[in-house]
Design a protein around this ligand. Sequence first.
Ligand code: ATP
Ligand code: MG
Length: 183
Amino acid sequence: MRFTRLRLNGFKSFVDPTDLIIHEGLTGVVGPNGCGKSNLLEALRWVMGENRPTAMRGGGMEDVIFAGTATRSARNFAEVALVIDNEERLAPAGFNEADTVEIVRRITRDAGSAYKANTKEVRARDIQMLFADASTGAHSPALVRQGQIAELINAKPKSRRRILEEAAGISGLYQRRHEAELR
Ligand code: ATP
Ligand code: MG
């Protein structure tokens, strides 16, 4: 699953529409403190279904919406789009009709957030499963937050196991089993 594009609009400090092309190979993001590097990673995690405000360094989910500055007023919505290359048709059923899969998540003040996959409305759970099966996603250890290395070193065996399950690509199955047990 290769990400080829990330578009942001009104997400945290990215008030103006921003379109990032992600080329093959290693991508580096550099810039001065506070320029939005961590916000970019949070946008990626958010569009993949992150629902914990704390993981987004906020108190509530609406905190991802541009909050305004001295010179610019706050926005009423935030939108992030992630384009995935699907030429090899590796996406799971339901996402697999086209050469690219575009996932869009949008949050509107007082109206919550909604997801689309190639313009069709989908549930948060569908998006989370799509990425869980691909061993990536909002909780993937492939996305390492600032300060997380130290947390990893001090991790308890249970959280280490979760990391190994992600790496083995079985966390999607695990989630489904858990849901089946709840039914
Ligand atoms: P560092 O190098 O220090 O890690 P960084 O490049 O990772 O910095 P970020 O943490 O991504 O920087 O960006 C922080 C900036 O984003 C701050 O200026 C903060 O005010 C701004 N910001 C965060 N949330 C919002 C929001 N909802 N609306 C407007 N600006 C926001
Ligand atoms: Mg940072």
